[in-house]
Write a protein that binds this ligand. Structure first.
Ligand code: ADP
Length: 412
């Protein structure tokens, strides 16, 4: 008998046995029977044409219909199925055909099964990879949604908080006027209470402004107001502004005159002051009393680098990136203090994230170097702020506004 006739003769037994062995529920059996009939058809095609690729279509369909739990399970479902079908085929041949013919049929179907094994693992792997990357995409989307809603929440909360704060400020200044009219002095208890209210609202305003800045940066909405500026002048402003805190902590602040610091460049002076203020306030905060803070810098091709060194508690290597992340404050959050310059009085952990956003919006970079964290030995930290030197503002409108300044500079 021809191989195809032999195969044909065992088909009914093969289908019944395979269905009984492999399909569990009665409902499943009908559908599964169709699948097995198709498998057998394709196996016959392989034998008839000598092309093992005929079997691939059903394997690809099986891989596509794997359920989520199949895909989550580590074991290969289709290879297991093909192995079982192979075993049953072998048994049916042995039980229903003389030995020589059984061997002949098995010899004819082996190329079909070896290709089936290879393709089953390939299709199943592709289905698994597609499933996992889909899962990863979903996780990514959820994370992005969460991040967006966090930023939205911050923005809305910040705007909502500003309004009542303005009211408190307004009423406080009306009270101050009434007190002044009554002739009560600055050291009267009413004036002291009012000072307390003013300090509180000032701090609250700073936190709200930081929250708004974070949401502007996270949503790439930070707009810079480019103007001519001189780094040495920004540093002088800060020296004056921070002198009371430096005195209070009995620290020293040394500002070196470095190449490039007296050169005019374009940037947003308010925002750059904010960056340098954040870095300097941190240097004051994380340096013990009587510590030293030094500002130096250098001019590089196309850039100016401001370097702030302190003799403070330092930062571990693994934290040197984290501190620039949103809420990237280190240490014990229970020790949180909103004091501006109190030793180790950590804030909300937004200052450096904002500084990074502002510097990057200028096309620069900010990073820190430190031998590590040690509150006893105080190895110190060195913050680097790298800013592009711009002889012209980036947009035409500002360029027109400052045209004479730019002209004068190029004539020099
Ligand atoms: P915070 O409001 O907590 O000061 P920042 O974003 O300004 O937030 O700083 C993040 C964290 O980086 C701080 O909580 C602190 O742990 C660490 N840090 C920043 N500057 C210094 C510094 N000069 N020395 C040591 N640690 C610092």
């Amino acid at each position: 008998m021809q191989i195809l006739d032999l195969l044909h003769s065992i088909r009914p037994v093969w289908v019944t046995r395979t269905v009984q062995a492999l399909a569990r529920g009665v409902g499943v059996r009908d559908d599964f029977r169709d699948q097995l009939e198709r498998f057998f058809d394709l196996m016959e095609q392989v034998v008839e044409t000598g092309d093992p690729a005929w079997i691939e279509s059903i394997l690809s369909d099986w891989a596509a219909s794997l359920t989520q739990s199949d895909l989550e399970e580590g074991q290969s479902q289709i290879i297991r199925l093909v192995t079982q079908i192979f075993d049953i085929t072998h048994q049916v041949c042995m039980d229903n055909l003389p030995l020589a013919e059984a061997a002949e049929v098995m010899g004819a179907v082996i190329p079909c099964f070896s290709n089936a094994f290879e393709k089953a693992s390939q299709f199943e792997m592709q289905a698994r990879v597609a499933y996992i990357s889909n899962q990863l995409n979903q996780v990514q989307q959820t994370l992005e949604r969460l991040d967006r809603s966090k930023s939205d929440f911050i923005a809305i909360a910040a705007h909502e908080l500003r309004t009542p704060l303005t009211l408190v400020d307004g009423y406080a200044s009306m009270l101050r006027e009434m007190i002044n009219q009554r002739g009560a002095g600055e050291d009267s208890s009413e004036a002291m209470l009012l000072n307390g209210i003013n300090n509180g609202t000032r701090r609250l305003r700073t936190i709200i402004d930081d929250m708004i800045d974070v949401s502007l940066i996270d949503n790439s909405l930070l707009s810079l107001n480019f103007q001519p500026l001189w780094i040495n002048r920004l540093l002088s402003v800060l020296e004056l502004e921070l002198a009371p805190y430096i005195d209070e902590r009995r620290q020293s602040l040394e500002i070196q005159d470095f190449p490039g610091s007296r050169e005019m460049t374009f940037g947003d002076p308010e925002r750059l002051l904010q960056v340098l203020r954040n870095v300097l306030l941190n240097a004051i905060k994380y340096t013990p009393d009587q510590g030293k803070i030094r500002i130096e810098g250098r001019k590089l091709p196309g850039f100016i680098e401001v370097i702030v060194c302190d003799t403070g508690i330092g930062i571990d290597n693994e934290d040197q990136q984290i501190i620039f992340e949103k809420f990237g404050r280190l240490g014990n959050t229970a020790l949180h203090s909103s004091g501006k310059t109190k030793f180790k009085g950590g804030g909300p952990g937004l200052g450096l994230h904002i500084a990074k956003g502002i510097i990057e919006a200028h096309g620069g970079a900010i990073w820190v170097e430190s031998p590590g964290y040690d509150e006893v030995k105080c190895p110190g930290s060195i913050f680097h702020v790298l800013l592009p030197l711009r002889s012209e503002p980036p947009d035409d409108k500002t360029a027109k506004l400052f045209a004479s300044l730019v002209q004068n500079k190029s004539n020099q």
